[in-house]
Design a protein around this ligand. Structure first.
Ligand code: TYM
Length: 331
């Protein structure tokens, strides 16, 4: 049977290389081999209280960037999370059997409590149940995500299994976090530690919309050490990260070349960074061209979301009708 694939990205600004290689590149490949639902997670982004204008603008921006990266509304269902009220209903049902202890133990929740103690809202606490609702509403089998989402997928399986057990049903299939390449991906930030993304700061993150000058500046400032002193020395994390980025860009030849130079203590990090920066500039160029072409086509963007909403609701309505019946709402 064909896989059902579902995933989303929060609209918090422009997409970055972490989003691309962790999630979006898989979305693009999977749309040819599975029944795909890709959405813009504009409910999840409310946990940080965006202004109405930002909420609208960011969601639209993500849609443009999805399309510019190769998502095709004819081959995949592309929609806004907020266009599917069925997700919210399932979120409510799942919350009845999600326990405070397990939600509080979730790593992403603990991180947020540390990062924003002034805004620990219930939406943050129940972030994993909303995410589970997004996935289970289509009964997805595979969920393309980066490594940081692995625990959320584990929790989704827990909630699905619990529901099935409680109501003596096999309504929900248990979804798996997935990457076409095998292992889930973590794209590192340029500051030497952590994953690329807004929480590590804009200077450590390369956005799909960064101009060549900005890319070069950010990459040249990436953290490095004072260089190897012995042949075949183990690489520190910040150096390993530069190699990870080269390989992510598909430049295995470049990675091997600089690996050889590293192992023979001849590496010049400036040369390696210049090489990496040019790889990134070349990679971003066609994406940025497509963004520029798509950006002003309001009519087409609206039509894509309308079409996506219709297809996504068809699938969601089927699931929610069964869920309501199983729970006991039978009028
Ligand atoms: P978000 O918006 O933080 O990130 C979107 C996707 O990008 C991946 N990602 C990365 N992958 C590798 N390296 C990185 N540095 C990196 N940074 C981000 C994330 O793993 C993710 O796949 N909770 C989700 C959005 C969501 C969702 C869902 C995903 C809501 N409902 C249902 C899947 C299924 C999130 O906040 O991702």
């Amino acid at each position: 049977m064909k896989d059902i694939v579902c995933s989303g990205i929060r609209p918090t600004g422009n997409l970055h290389l972490g989003n691309y290689f962790g999630a979006l590149s898989n979305f693009v490949k999977m749309q040819d081999v599975a029944d795909c639902y890709f959405f813009i997670a504009d409910y999840h982004s409310l946990t940080t209280h965006p202004t109405p204008d930002d909420l609208y603008r960011n969601a639209r921006q993500i849609l443009v960037q999805y399309l510019a990266c190769g998502l095709d509304p004819e081959r995949a269902t592309i929609y806004l999370q907020s266009d599917l009220p069925e997700t919210v209903e399932l979120y409510l049902f799942l919350n009845m059997n999600a326990y405070l202890g397990e939600l509080e133990r979730c790593t992403s929740f603990k991180d947020k409590v540390r990062q924003q103690p002034q805004n620990v809202n219930a939406g943050l606490l129940t972030y994993p149940t909303l995410m589970a609702a997004d996935i289970l509403i289509h009964r997805a089998t595979k969920v393309p995500v980066g490594k940081d989402q692995e625990q959320h997928l584990e929790m989704t399986r827990t909630f699905a299994e619990r529901f099935n057990r409680m109501y003596h049903t096999d309504l929900f299939t248990l979804p798996q976090a997935y990457s076409m390449g095998g292992n889930l991906v973590k794209i590192p930030a340029l500051n030497g530690s952590g994953k690329m993304g807004k929480s590590e700061g804009e200077q450590s993150t390369i956005f799909l919309t960064d101009s060549p000058e900005v890319v070069r500046k950010k990459v040249m400032k990436a953290k490095t050490d004072s260089g190897p002193t012995e042949p075949n020395q183990k690489k520190p994390e910040e150096i390993e990260n530069l190699f990870t980025l080269l390989r992510a860009m598909g430049d295995n030849e470049g990675a091997e070349h600089f690996d050889e130079l590293y192992n023979t203590c001849q590496i010049r990090y400036g040369d390696m960074k210049k090489h990496l920066a040019e790889d990134v500039v070349k990679f971003l160029e066609p994406i940025q061209q497509r963004i520029a072409e798509l950006e002003s086509d309001e009519k087409r963007l609206a039509a894509i979301l309308d079409h996506g909403k219709e297809k996504a609701r068809e699938s969601a309505q089927k699931t929610i009708a069964e869920v309501r019946h199983v729970i006991g709402y039978r009028n």
